[in-house]
Write a protein that binds this ligand. Structure first.
Ligand code: PMV
Length: 355
């Protein structure tokens, strides 16, 4: 088999980030930004990684396996202590995810002597709530499983990608890898699985992604910060945050109903409500809150998408925009990156490498 290419989409959480961790549903969609991974065997023994964002690196499979083993041990310690800093070294290594994903497949399959060239091309913003890590894990595992076993089994790719995601994010809900695999628009509930929220017709709504910048905090750190509030020894704090999570769950149920019915008259109101709850949960930075308020003053509803960030940036913001001209001036003046986004896009795809 020659080159194998697998692509996987980025994602957005339309509603339900954080509350999904506590068993409430989340509404997720695959979007029209993708990660492409191309893999080819080479004669020399090392594994070459060529990433359009992080540059190149060359490693022996043994080194990758050692790194993955260290990450597995660190995850076990994190599981016992809830101390997410145990996993910091994975995030700090530009190739941390790639190393673990490659080693995860090679641990399962034959030991091999030959090397590989792995080329990564992605236009999904990194670490900003658009599922860049899930798309990369899924695409790497998809190519390597195809190369080593000749299979392209989505269930197995999903299972292994979730194992990789755990080393990056600690205890993710599993929503990101699931939407990246299946694509479309789906309702995900932890430990229950997912169902497609079939869109009866084109949503006909215009979404804009506004990039506030990569947060300093990782998803794992944000999830841990929320968990600490919910598990607070102060009963007042505990109840306050538990209530916010419950309200988020109810807002998401309304979101799901309006997408299933394709009646978007209430969408703006729901996005506003959702953002307020995320702010009360404490996952939106002061800077991002200010920007969202300015958008609201111009009649645009917007919410952060994903884990968020408190210290500086909060990742991407999803804005429901009727007339883009209204906010163009504001975004241009501040030089804030933004782009239109399509929802309900295709999941993982074997682009090249049919046997
Ligand atoms: O920021 P992202 O894309 O990693 O999304 C995280 C979503 C959370 O609900 C905060 C965590 C999760 O695992 O679902």
């Amino acid at each position: 088999m020659g080159k194998i290419i697998v692509s996987a989409p980025g994602k957005l959480i339309l509603s339900g980030e954080h509350s999904v961790v506590y068993g409430h549903p989340a509404l997720l969609t695959a979007v029209d930004r993708r990660c492409f991974v191309e893999v080819e065997k080479r004669d020399k023994s090392k594994i070459v990684i060529d990433d359009n964002y992080f540059g190149t690196g060359e490693f022996s499979i043994r080194k990758l396996q050692q790194f993955a083993k260290k990450a597995q041990e660190a995850w076990r310690e994190f599981d016992e202590t809830n101390n997410i800093s145990k996993l910091s070294f994975v995030k700090e290594d530009n190739f941390g995810l790639v190393k673990i994903a490659v080693a995860t497949v090679f641990e399962k399959t034959i030991k091999r002597d030959g090397g590989l060239v792995l080329k990564i091309k992605s236009d999904i913003p990194i670490g900003s709530g658009m599922g860049s890590s899930a798309a990369l894990s899924v695409a790497i595992i998809g190519t390597l499983l195809r190369l080593t076993t000749d299979m392209f089994d989505k269930k197995e790719i999903n299972r292994l990608a979730f194992e990789v995601e755990k080393k990056i994010h600690g205890k993710p809900s599993g929503g990101d890898n699931t939407i990246v695999i299946h694509g479309g628009l789906l309702v995900f509930q932890k430990n229950k699985g997912f169902e497609f929220a079939d869109l009866k017709k084109d949503a006909g709504v215009n979404f804009l992604v506004i990039q506030t910048g990569r947060p300093v905090e990782s998803t794992g750190e944000m999830v841990s910060a929320v968990r600490q509030k919910i598990q607070s020894v102060s009963r007042r704090t505990h109840y306050k945050f538990q209530k916010i999570i419950q309200r988020m769950g109810r807002v998401t149920e309304k979101f799901i109903r309006i997408f299933k019915k394709a009646d978007f008259s209430q969408l703006k109101q729901l996005i506003l409500e959702n953002e307020k709850l995320l702010e009360q949960l404490g996952v939106v930075s002061g800077r991002t809150k200010k920007l969202i308020k300015e958008l609201e003053n111009l009649g645009v509803a917007a919410k952060i998408c994903g884990a968020g960030g408190i210290k500086e940036n909060s990742g991407v913001v999803l804005a429901l925009v009727d007339h883009k001209d209204d906010i163009d001036q504001l975004l241009a003046k501040r030089e804030i990156e933004n782009f239109k986004i399509k929802i309900n896009q295709r999941g993982v795809k074997l682009e090249k490498g049919q046997s």
